[in-house]
Design a protein around this ligand. Structure first.
Ligand SMILES: [Zn+2]
Length: 274
């Protein structure tokens, strides 16, 4: 718990949902057995959101940018639409959700990208005037994967279209990084090389956003169970240990990246946590 009152508040912007095979969300969620060799598999709903953080004396920060609203219509390769279809109502665009708070994209000073996958960098094109903060290793991985493939079907979840949007400037960081007092990026590699969580210190207590370092409470455990999407399992588990230390040290509440149950139980814009 922090002792200094700063008046920071955040609001969760509802950008819709994706669906994804349960084994890709939590590895080994379902497996056939001798007595039940044909168990029916299913897709889970997963939350897609952005976090608006209002920091007195600094300005508005956005953490992650959801999915390209035209992804399912035209921009995404068929393979992504099949693997993880995205559903969004007209009230679940980023512009509409910012509007619930009386804001427009021009009111955002800084965007933080937890990583550059298709469900986190989709609205980058709205922020040509904005500083974008990203981990160096994420930037390298995203551009290497997205631009070294002739065929975007081999996308590894980085969309060339998303990450080539013009921005004011990238602030490329290595490791943990304090944006301003009360808002700190936490490097949690594993899911991707530059995966980045966020610590937000409200006057009421600390929130630790794991993002895709832990899709759901089931991934975080303990024990840690990797998702079926993502790179380095050893790093993934080490990042959970780092997050657990932080959780213990701050008394913070861990918010998972795509946990439909946790997400549904939280307040959304126009409500704030403060
Ligand atoms: Zn994600």
């Amino acid at each position: 718990m922090n002792t200094e009152a700063r008046g920071i508040r955040f609001s969760i912007l509802d950008l819709g949902k994706m669906q994804c095979d349960q084994n890709l969300v939590v590895t080994g969620s379902l497996y056939a057995t001798r007595s039940c060799p044909n168990k029916p598999n299913r897709m889970l709903d997963i939350s897609i959101d952005s976090l608006l953080i209002d920091v007195p004396g600094y300005g508005n920060i956005l953490y992650d940018l959801g999915c390209d609203p035209k992804g399912m219509e035209e921009h995404w390769p068929e393979s992504i639409q099949e693997l993880s279809p995205y559903y969004q109502t007209p009230q679940q665009t980023l512009e509409y959700q910012l509007g619930l708070l009386g804001l427009t994209p021009e009111d955002i000073r800084t965007v933080i990208l937890s990583h550059m996958h298709v469900d986190h960098a989709g609205y980058l094109y709205l922020f040509p005037h904005t500083e974008i903060i990203v981990q160096r290793r994420e930037m390298e991985a995203a551009f290497a994967y997205a631009f070294s493939q002739l065929d975007q079907e081999n996308h590894t979840l980085y969309m060339r279209r998303d990450i080539s949007a013009p921005v004011d400037r990238y602030t490329v960081i290595d490791g943990d990084y304090e944006i301003c007092p009360g808002v700190t990026c936490i490097h949690l590699p594993g899911h991707t090389p530059g995966m980045m969580g966020l610590q937000v210190d409200l006057d009421s207590g600390t929130f630790l956003f794991a993002r895709d370092a832990a899709y759901t409470a089931d991934n975080y455990g303990p024990p840690s169970i990797p998702s079926g999407i993502g790179g380095d399992v050893g790093q993934y588990i080490q990042s959970h240990e780092k997050l657990r230390r932080l959780e213990k040290g701050t008394g913070g509440k861990v918010i998972f990246g795509h946990d439909w149950n946790q997400w549904s139980a939280m307040k959304h814009a126009p409500a704030y946590y403060q």
